[in-house]
Design a protein around this ligand. Structure first.
Ligand code: F6R
Length: 608
């Protein structure tokens, strides 16, 4: 989704801004632009398309100056065109801004401004903010911005430059992340710390309703009353190594291959063999309080929601606790009766997903204890939850989530173990779960050896237009996840279903051109899934089975089989999801898709 980079210092801003924008590309966008300032001139350059298109444009029309702002835009209001790309000028061209987020009351504000004779040059909500700031009879940029912010309904991360205060860069945040990077004789502003890699070693995350004021030699944070805040300055975790694809052709493939190591990082230090349980540093809830919890709500979006569905089975089986899984976008507006011993757990890779954040805030407002399972350290959700567990998957750049899913499921399994051991789960059962978890990274390494086989299967199936993914129990969420992976990066229609539901409707879809991917490793429902498989086969549907090593029987029933190591039922999501990720990857490649940056999608969904 949209990305912001800002710079003020002693160097030419343009290359710094371009590099920051390249770092933000993974978030998903459809246009990019920069604005720099020299003397009494603002230089605005923007282009629909990729950052590379903007770089070409800048080659012919450079943007000089040692202060500037840049933006990658993911279209919300108005198409992906040059004129809608940020930055946007306000007034007579003396204010320039970039904006992440959505201004919900922009139409009303725009009508008022137009009635006053303001001429608009774009279809964006953002341009409203630029004109409002420019219209304040105020040379002090911070003051002008402060007067406008209360007029805005919605969310914003803003970076603003003004000809009236040429050496000053101002940022403001409500609901859309901003981070300030501290340099030596130079300072930076970004929506995502990855844009600051190589530049700043120390960062400050802004909170909602805060502003930041940056000059080359100084910076400070203000609250909405303009009182200076003493913020926490944190080291910037160096992510630079993860920011290129290394020997892999895409981030997605690299991240699929990183899963065994990512998993080791998630497990490290958290399995307590002596007490046959798991432990976590940041739950911030005493075991006595956790013991009183009698209901769990897991809330998330997209792939993280699928991990939450696996979590539901895990908590019910091992902790014997009732669990509900809610789409964050629905949960945030529902008035579900929750009693006071309900804990709400938000699951998110980015820690910035707008709906998940809103669901977390609503739960906190109602007084429920909240936990967050987050990957991005220092993200808004990680900071706002009462407690949490980091996923330690490392930066995930590919838009399609892979290793974050694996680590979410692993962390949920450890939490289920921990909650279970606070209740009835015996030490023998706890020890067994620990051994199974410890063995997983190597089992996933082994699973990756199916890569070539998947590649050849993908060649046969890439031209089909519809797929079904079918599984039961722990593997139903994996069926959903496999279908999501395929549709988001290959643009081929796919549905995930509980295998036994087929006969209640979807079986009508089956024909020789509609492959079904069956998740059928040996487990407690193996025979049942085999019957479901036969029902599809009897109707002429091609079948690709993901099965346990050593299962020769399945080879006679399915058209293609991919074998994965035999693991305990509750850990099967982790080994079966890997071939599905690879299948989606190879089909998307064969379809000529931009695997890491699929159309219309963003890595971090910071609007509602
Ligand atoms: C799919 C995918 C998305 C995200 C969803 C939630 O591959 O990546 O469905 O899972 O947008 O994002 P997070 O986990 O950052 O809250």
């Amino acid at each position: 989704m949209c990305g912001i980079i800002g710079y003020v210092g002693f160097r030419e801003a343009e290359p710094v801004l371009l590099q920051g924008l390249r770092r933000l590309e993974y978030r998903g966008y459809d246009s990019a632009g920069v604005a720099t300032l020299t003397g009494a001139n603002l230089h605005v350059r923007k282009k629909a398309g990729r950052v590379a298109d903007l770089a070409d444009h800048l080659h012919k029309h450079p943007a000089p100056g040692c202060i500037g702002i840049g933006h990658t835009r993911w279209a919300t209001h108005g198409g992906a065109t040059d004129r809608n790309a940020h930055p946007h000028l306000g007034g007579k061209g003396d204010i320039v801004i970039v904006h992440n987020g959505v201004i919900e009351n922009y139409a009303a504000l725009k009508s008022q401004l137009q009635a006053d004779g303001v001429v608009f040059h774009s279809d964006t909500d953002t341009e409203v903010i630029a004109h409002l700031i420019a219209r304040q009879d105020e040379d002090d940029l911070v003051e002008a911005i402060r007067r406008v912010l209360p007029l805005l309904k919605g969310t914003y991360g803003l970076a603003v430059l003004s000809l009236r205060e040429p050496g000053v860069l101002v940022g403001a945040r409500l609901g859309s992340p901003l981070v300030l990077g501290i340099g030596d004789g130079e300072n930076f502003l970004a929506s995502d710390p990855s844009a600051l890699a190589d530049h700043a070693e120390r960062v400050v995350y802004l909170d909602d309703h805060q502003l930041c004021v940056l000059t080359a030699d100084d910076w400070h944070i203000l609250d909405r009353d303009r009182t200076r805040i003493t913020p926490e300055v944190q080291p910037l975790v160096n992510t630079a190594a993860s920011l290129d694809t290394g020997v892999f052709s895409h981030y997605m493939l690299k991240e699929i291959y990183e899963q065994p190591e990512a998993l080791e990082n998630a497990l490290r230090g958290r399995l307590d063999e002596a007490n046959a349980t798991a432990h976590f540093g940041g739950l911030n809830l005493e075991p006595q309080r956790l013991r009183q919890i009698d209901r769990i709500i897991l809330t998330a979006c997209g792939t993280s929601y699928h991990a939450a569905l696996v979590g539901e089975y895990l908590f019910e089986e091992f902790a014997r606790m009732p669990v509900e899984v809610e789409y964050a976008s629905e949960f945030r507006y529902r008035n579900s009766p929750l009693d006071r011993n309900t804990i709400v757990i938000a699951i998110t890779q980015s820690g910035e997903t707008a709906d998940t954040l809103a669901a977390l805030r609503e739960s906190k407002r109602k007084g429920h204890p909240t936990l967050a399972l987050c990957n991005v350290v220092g993200s808004t959700i990680a900071r706002e939850a009462d407690g949490g567990v980091y996923l330690h998957a490392g930066p995930e750049i590919g838009v399609a989530s892979t290793k974050a899913f694996t680590n979410q499921v692993a962390v949920l399994a450890m939490l289920a173990l921990y909650f279970g051991r606070l209740r009835h789960l015996s030490s023998l059962q706890g020890e067994q779960m620990i051994r199974e978890l410890q063995a997983l990274p190597d089992q996933i390494r082994r699973t990756l050896s199916c890569h070539e086989r998947i590649q050849s299967i993908a060649r046969q199936y890439a031209w089909k237009r519809n797929f079904l993914y079918l599984g039961r129990q722990y593997l139903f969420p994996v069926a959903l996840e496999g279908a999501l992976k395929l549709k988001e990066i290959s643009y081929i229609h796919a549905e995930g279903y509980p295998a036994a539901e087929m006969k209640h409707g979807p079986l009508a879809l089956i024909d020789a051109d509609t492959p079904s991917v069956f998740l059928v490793p040996r487990n407690s429902v193996y025979d049942k899934v085999l019957s479901n498989l036969e029902e599809v086969k009897a109707r002429g549907g091609p079948i690709l089975a993901i099965a346990s090593e050593g299962d020769d029987e399945i080879a006679e029933r399915a058209d293609e089989v991919v074998y994965v190591p035999q693991v305990a039922d509750h850990l099967q999501p982790l080994v079966t999801v890997v071939p599905l990720q690879l299948l989606a990857y190879h089909i998307a490649l064969l379809c000529g898709r931009d695997v890491d940056k699929p159309r219309n999608l963003a890595k971090s969904v910071t609007v509602e």
